[in-house]
Write a protein that binds this ligand. Structure first.
Ligand code: ZN
Ligand code: ZN
Length: 360
């Protein structure tokens, strides 16, 4: 089958690789759409220490079921059938680490994400354990392929909002309105919270407003400049002088990690989704003085997938604005090249594999 392969950092090529052979308990899927996110760009650039090469990237997937295992758990046998469109959870869990034992399988110590530690889905076919499939028909009306491909990236922000225990009485500041931040905006808005979104990119903020952000704010280019103070002032005045009760950090820089604890209200909650690549130094006094709850948020749980599917079925999420472009797999090597030259120029890139599979 045809696949997009990263043979080494900095190169993406189309190649023929063997078809996957489904193991017991696995469904064989025909891949229809694959979304790209920052972690795929990091894999291409050789910046993700968890990736080994050669590697097939891709973990945001809409696919059609080609075959199912002969025997399946009763509940799945009732909801899955051949020909059905699905999305899937790209994570694995070991079942015996402390996170798994606590039911928090998303934070498994030994997780292997599709396209990171294991071969991903930028290929015509993929074999996946049936428990990890979420059919389009979970919602009514059922989701389209374009909606299915957005589920996984949105779940990450949904999980962070669940970790922050956001309610309708909260004001929630979300730092970063990229794919992950956008999911947090939609999730917090769905819970009825007042949502403030901060991003340097006005196009992203426009999408965030459509996804339910009450206020959108652009920071100054230099976080140390007096304007950073102006942003803090603006945020305080929008939150009754207290600062937001919840801050969700979805960027991953030392500045935004620090800003989260500086901007949050006393007795507030801070949730980190971003991965800071450098060490961060803190005024830890603020942790104590404000008596903060500080939590990490990683990947997502099955309930987050179901929540996103239900949200998308309401057809209020700005799908068209959230997807930047849909291009055929044949253009994938060129798009990786252009994307790395100017990462800010692209919103969500979605690849369609329908062309190369006309014969299947
Ligand atoms: Zn992703
Ligand atoms: Zn585990």
């Amino acid at each position: 089958m045809q696949a997009l392969v990263l043979p080494e950092p900095g190169r993406a090529v189309l190649a023929q690789i063997p078809d996957p052979i489904p193991q017991p308990g696995e469904a064989l899927l025909r891949v229809r759409r694959v979304g790209l996110c920052g972690s795929d760009l990091n894999s291409f650039r050789g910046l993700n220490p968890l990736v080994t090469y050669p590697r097939v990237p891709g973990h945001e997937i809409a696919a059609t079921i080609l075959s199912l295992p002969a025997s399946m758990p009763e509940t799945l046998a009732r909801t899955l059938s051949v020909g059905m469109d699905v999305t899937l959870s790209p994570y694995t869990h070991c079942g015996h680490c402390s996170a798994c034992l606590a039911g928090r399988t998303n934070a498994c110590q030994f997780n292997q994400t599709l396209g990171v530690q294991r071969e991903g889905a930028l290929a015509e076919l993929v074999a996946i354990p049936v428990e990890r499939l979420f059919p389009a028909t979970l919602a009514n009306p059922s989701l389209t392929l374009e909606e299915l491909v957005l589920v996984e990236p949105l779940t990450v922000g949904f999980h962070a909002v669940a970790r922050a225990q956001v309610t309708a009485s909260d004001s929630v500041l979300i730092l970063g309105a990229g794919g992950v931040g956008l999911g947090a905006v939609a999730a917090a808005a769905m819970r009825g919270a007042t949502v403030l979104a901060v991003d340097r990119n006005p196009d992203r903020l426009a999408v965030a407003r459509q996804a339910g952000a009450t206020h959108t704010l652009v920071p100054d280019a230099d976080p140390a400049a007096p304007a950073a103070q102006a942003l803090a002032e603006q945020i305080r005045s929008l939150t009754g002088g207290h600062g937001p009760g919840v801050v969700i950090e979805a960027i991953g820089t030392p500045e935004t990690f620090r800003a989260a604890v500086e901007l949050v209200a006393f007795a507030g909650r801070v949730v980190y989704i971003g991965y800071a690549k450098q060490p961060v130094s803190y005024e830890t006094r603020l942790f104590v003085q404000k008596e903060l709850d500080i939590r990490g948020s990683r990947n997502a749980l099955p309930e987050d997938f179901r929540a996103v599917i239900a949200m998308l079925a309401q057809r209020r999420f700005p799908l068209q604005a959230a997807i930047g472009c849909i291009v055929p797999l044949s253009q994938a090597p060129a798009i990786f090249e252009r994307w790395q030259q100017d990462p800010g120029a692209f919103t969500k890139i979605v690849l369609t594999l329908d062309d190369c599979q006309a014969t299947r």
